[in-house]
Write a protein that binds this ligand. Structure first.
Ligand code: MTE
Length: 314
């Protein structure tokens, strides 16, 4: 496990390893929440992965499946702003500066503006939620995210009745994100959710994983996690939130509309035009397993789509 080097974070706000391990033990036992003080979420040293520890309470959703090796979670990534190879983001994302960071909020809401991320995070209880992430490419991981419901943040901006969708945008800065100099995708990366999906209790904004601040390659300092959708919906390094009336044009849907739908719900019955989605390889496993409808979260989300033909709205 990495040692800490934490120039920006006061030592009393760092959870020592032993307490962290104890906490994980309690979490496994299902003991009640252990509330810990909130941390400023500076990204201590992304290049060396010596990242600040975060304290979190066990969240309401988890899985008993074994978690994916942390090394794989942080070194097998998709983040085209840092290259298109799986190893590129871990190698290249040290140029991203996750502090200072602000998020601009615009569109159909009573409180638009530009907010410092640390102000948005102040006083917020962080939860650890172990979610499966299923990538459209056919692999999957089980990741202990640290974050909070997206709905908690969106409510603060008081969306109006015209807010039917929420559109999220990644930083555009080719100096920090050199992959944006290449035309592999339309930049900046944009994603969107229907308002009811965005407000769903499963949908979180993550600021950490495996007990640490998010490494840059995983979308520091703030990224979306929508566990019942293919991984490309889980947009990284978010700088902008727009409340909009019309379904937003999203990056992958724009670049290859036949292959990547707006909904992108994990669905073994709807193949990608170039490959089947029936099975998936959990990173670390030898054999492939069946892919589950809604990535196994149907109990909580299927009713969002009761009026929708999932084959047409893939
Ligand atoms: N967000 C941005 N800004 N750029 C990207 O290239 N890739 C997406 C998603 N978010 C991507 C992104 C895809 S395809 C996947 S599978 C997940 O991030 C991967 O997240 P991870 O690397 O943390 O596992």
């Amino acid at each position: 496990m990495a040692k800490f080097r934490l120039p920006t974070i006061p030592s009393e706000q760092i959870t020592p390893e032993s307490i962290y391990q104890q906490r994980r033990h309690f979490m496994r036992l299902g003991t009640a929440a252990l509330l810990a003080p909130m941390l400023p979420l500076g990204n201590a040293n992304a290049a060396t992965q010596d990242l600040a520890r975060l304290s979190a309470v066990p969240g309401p959703f988890k899985t008993d499946e074994p978690m994916t090796d942390r090394e794989a979670v942080t070194h097998y990534n998709n983040f085209y702003e840092f290259g298109t190879g799986k190893a590129d983001p871990a190698r290249n994302a040290h140029t991203l500066e996750p502090r200072p960071w602000s998020v601009t909020v615009a569109g159909a809401c009573a409180k638009p503006g530009t907010y410092e991320l640390d102000d948005l995070l102040k006083g917020r209880t962080l939860e650890e939620r172990v979610y499966r992430l299923r990538c459209v490419e056919g692999w999957s991981m089980v990741i202990p995210w640290i974050g909070f419901p997206l709905s908690d943040l969106l409510r603060r901006f008081e969306p109006t009745g015209n807010a039917k969708f929420v559109m999220l945008t990644t930083l555009y800065d080719p100096k920090q994100m050199p992959g944006q100099r290449r035309n592999v995708l339309p930049w900046p990366y944009v994603e969107g959710l229907r308002m009811d999906e965005a407000m769903h209790p499963l949908t979180i904004l993550a600021v950490g994983l495996y007990g640490h601040v998010l490494p840059n390659q995983n979308g520091a300092p703030l990224r979306l996690v929508v566990p019942w959708k293919y991984g490309f919906k889980s947009i990284k390094s978010i700088v902008r939130i727009d409340f909009v009336e019309k379904q937003p044009a999203t990056t992958w849907n724009q670049s290859a509309p036949r292959e990547y739908g707006f909904y992108a719900n994990v669905n073994p019955n709807v193949d990608h035009p170039r490959w089947s989605q029936r099975r998936e390889r959990r990173i670390g496993d030898l054999f492939r397993r069946e892919t589950l409808l809604f990535n196994g979260y149907g109990e909580w989300v299927a009713d969002l789509y009761s009026d929708l033909d999932l084959k047409r709205n893939f």
